[in-house]
Write a protein that binds this ligand. Structure first.
Ligand code: UTP
Length: 278
């Protein structure tokens, strides 16, 4: 059985919902409290044992590369101020625990294309995918990626994380239908990208966490642009689902959609309150 060791972070998107901030700052580098969004996702992946981190970048995203590299000049400057130097511990800890590889997407043709661009970095093994703008809080439970690795190990096929959303919100998500194999785990029979509420088969929406088997690449190679004119990962997964090769997992925890201003503010309030009460 292949162990999941690699995690992919597609981070090439323009982040248009946060313009003008994202004109020159990558969305993934917007802070929630004292850490950028992508820090939370990378920490979740490494805590799940996925310590080979692969990040897909676009133009203007080099701040992400710099974040996952040591800043010796800053550290030298702060040598005489140990309290301030300590503030770098969380990121230096991640840098030590993981390995980091970067690749550019080129043209932003959609999430499916960004994932397909990682083929040479991933090779022939299962891999996690984290969309860094979905920040998940699981309290005393394992992180979402760790929960998903357990599901992958049991079912040995691609896994998508899902949550229930209000019926009127289905148009913002990929939505699944399937049969419940055990509490919270569904064998997926149908997937629809951004359906209108009246067309949605359920209110079980896919969030930004996946474990994919490498057979997805061969499908992505021939997947054409779908909803929104973009190459959609959901369209490729649909094909795997036809053969019963996708399960959906209702994760334990809370997800903040930090790609939207409302979700970002909710995350900020949540983590601020948590810090104040700690
Ligand atoms: P989004 O749909 O959230 O797009 O992409 P976006 O560009 O990040 O943000 P908005 O909607 O314009 O505000 C979902 C994920 O897929 C990545 C994004 O970086 C994000 O993590 N992505 C999307 C790519 O890496 N490449 C693409 O071509 C499209």
């Amino acid at each position: 059985m292949s162990k999941v060791k690699k995690c992919l972070f597609p981070a090439a998107g323009y982040g248009t919902r946060f313009l003008p901030a994202t004109k020159s700052v990558p969305k993934e580098m917007l802070p929630v409290m004292d850490k950028p969004l992508i820090h939370y996702g990378v920490e979740e992946a490494i805590d799940a044992g996925l310590d080979e981190i692969n990040i897909i970048l676009g133009r203007g995203k080099s701040a992400i590369e710099d974040y996952f590299d040591k800043n010796y000049e800053l550290e030298t400057e702060l040598q005489a101020k140990p309290k301030k130097l300590k503030l770098l511990n969380p990121i230096n800890d991640l840098i030590e625990r993981g390995t980091f590889t970067f690749r550019r997407q080129g043209a932003m043709l959609g999430l499916g294309d960004a994932i397909n661009k990682a083929q040479s970095m991933i090779g022939d093994e299962p891999f996690g995918v984290v969309l860094a703008d979905d920040v998940c809080e699981t309290g005393s439970e394992d992180g979402v990626m760790k929960q998903m690795v357990e599901v992958y190990e049991k079912y040995q096929c691609s896994v998508v994380a899902i949550m229930e959303v209000p019926n009127e919100k289905t148009e913002s998500y990929g939505v699944i239908a399937g049969t419940e194999e055990e509490s919270g785990v569904y064998r997926v029979s149908e997937m629809v990208e951004k359906p209108k509420p009246e067309d949605a088969p359920t209110n079980l929406a896919i969030i930004g966490r996946y474990i994919l088997s490498p057979d997805v690449f061969e499908i992505l190679d021939r997947t054409e642009a779908g909803a929104g004119g973009e190459i959609q990962i959901t369209d490729a997964l649909k094909e795997l689902a036809k053969d019963g090769k996708v399960v959906a997992y209702k994760f334990k925890g809370e997800r903040f959609d930090c790609g939207s201003v409302d979700g970002y503010m909710d995350a900020m309030n949540h983590f601020y309150t948590k810090l104040k009460n700690s």
